[in-house]
Design a protein around this ligand. Structure first.
Ligand code: UDP
Length: 455
């Protein structure tokens, strides 16, 4: 009998590929054979960004299927991407699986797909394979999306997911509150995209019912109410504490590790780390104001400025900014974020509150300044500020801009109140305990592995 086999399929975005790759690496370490299925487009990016010393090919089989778009199409158009994917990927996945040698019997082969790619479970069902899901977002986010039909039935949103009221909702006590205006699907950027995404969420809610196992990148003490609300969701996180910094893969940009040496030269707990994940973009006015706010704060800062973060990055900085801050700050195109967050010089994390960034900051005991942009980031911000109390948000002025003085004030407030750091350290200790031997996340992961290995 061959090794048990997992076919892992992420949603094609950075914040989905990285954590599923982490799960895949943990499975490979536990004697499971892994085939990791990226779209062709993502695969190419991942291959280009791989560090030369990486050993990913020895650990798993990296394969591809098309996403249904043309090579030059804009993949940040999430509606268009979604449409193309749902039309073409199921058929292509089926062909790919049928062509994997030795898979005919279906025994001990499991499809492990991203929670938001539930259609992959329909393919697994058709082929008689085991079916598992990985949730790369918070369980509170899953609770919201899986309640979309109820919000529709209750007249809180219309058939396109558009809010019909201005109320604040909370699905159960202990879960974060959320203004209806900030529902994840309503935070995408235009109505056409929203409609496609909302429809996909409703369909996904059906296909995900096929799952025999559902794991998520969280831990019991972090989301107790949400986990009681969705008892079929088993936490295995935080994935990054599994101590595998050496084997990271799945990044879309090559990392600029010069910032680690720069961090070595900064005093302990002094640096404001500023990063907005893979998708956030800024208009030029807000971008300039952020730059001036960092300068005004007058603390060392490390700022991830992706090439595509604003239009024409070369002219985007305020006049003379780069020269003035050359001894204070460092800008990089893409940072080794997990290593940065575990560096003793980092004091706080000015973040867009993507779920991975949230988990990574918490796992390293770093308090937050929250600058959510879209999707689930407003919900995550409410967790951080209202429930865990490990960070602060920003207020916008009458023109919708977060001004430089506001940035400076919030940096000061966060770093002079020791309570934020103390609460973050408490959560960090719980995070570490949950993935240590005998910890709840660790036990859940072991059970998943046993189930994958069963006949
Ligand atoms: N990330 C990184 N370097 C950077 C910025 C981000 O490695 O300079 C990683 C980060 O560690 C996280 C992921 O990219 O694992 C971003 O995921 P998240 O859910 O925070 O945000 P998204 O990109 O999905 O909006």
């Amino acid at each position: 009998m061959g090794k048990p086999h997992v076919i892992a399929i992420p949603y094609p975005a950075q914040g989905h590929v990285i954590p599923l790759m982490e799960v895949a690496l943990c499975l490979a370490e536990n004697g499971v054979q892994v085939t990791f299925v990226n779209t062709e487009f993502i695969h190419e990016r991942v291959m280009k960004a791989l560090p030369e010393a990486g050993n990913i090919h020895e650990l798993m089989n990296l394969v591809t299927i098309p996403d249904g778009l043309e090579p030059l199409d804009d993949r940040s158009d999430l509606g268009k991407l979604g449409d193309a994917m749902y039309k073409t990927m199921p058929g292509n996945l089926e062909i790919l699986i049928n062509n994997i040698h030795g898979i005919e019997s279906g025994e001990r082969t499991c499809v492990l797909s991203d929670y938001y790619m539930g259609w992959a479970l329909e393919v697994a069902e058709k082929l008689g394979l085991k079916k598992a899901l990985f949730l790369p977002a918070s369980v509170a986010m899953m609770a919201l999306t899986s309640n979309a039909q109820k919000l529709l039935d209750d007249g809180i949103i219309d058939k396109d997911g558009t809010p019909l009221t201005q109320q604040v909702i909370q699905l159960s006590p202990g879960m974060p509150e959320l203004s209806i205006m900030n529902l994840p699907w309503a935070m995408v950027l235009d109505l056409t995209t929203q409609k496609i995404i909302f429809q996909a969420i409703l369909e996904n809610n059906e296909s995900t019912k096929l799952a025999e196992w559902l794991i998520c990148n969280t831990f019991n003490e972090l989301e107790p109410a949400a986990l009681s609300f969705i008892p079929r969701c088993f936490p295995v996180g935080p994935l990054i504490s599994s101590n595998r910094l050496g084997k990271q893969a799945g990044y879309f940009w090559p990392e600029d590790s010069s910032c680690l040496q720069w961090l070595d030269r900064q005093p302990p707990r002094s640096v404001v780390y500023v990063a907005f994940g893979s998708f956030t973009v800024f208009d030029q006015t807000q971008f300039k104001e952020l730059a001036l706010g960092l300068e005004l704060s007058n603390r060392p800062f490390l700022w991830v400025v992706r090439q595509d973060i604003t239009q024409d990055i070369h002219t985007a900085y305020p006049e003379g900014f780069e020269e003035r801050v050359k001894n204070l700050g460092k800008m990089v195109g893409w940072a080794p974020q997990q290593k940065v967050l575990s560096h003793p010089s980092v004091a706080c994390f000015l973040s867009h509150c993507g779920w991975n960034s949230t988990i990574e900051g918490l796992s390293n005991g770093i308090p937050f300044l929250c600058w959510p942009y879209f999707a689930d980031q407003f919900l995550n911000k409410n967790y951080i500020c209202d429930l865990w109390k490990v960070g602060l948000g920003f207020n916008k002025d009458d023109n919708g801009i977060i001004k430089q003085e506001e940035i400076k004030n919030k940096v000061e407030q966060l770093l002079t109140d020791e309570g934020y750091k103390a609460r973050t350290l408490e959560l960090q200790a719980k995070a570490i305990a949950s993935v240590a031997d005998g910890g709840c996340s660790q036990k859940n992961f072991n059970k998943l592995v046993e189930w994958i290995k069963e006949n």
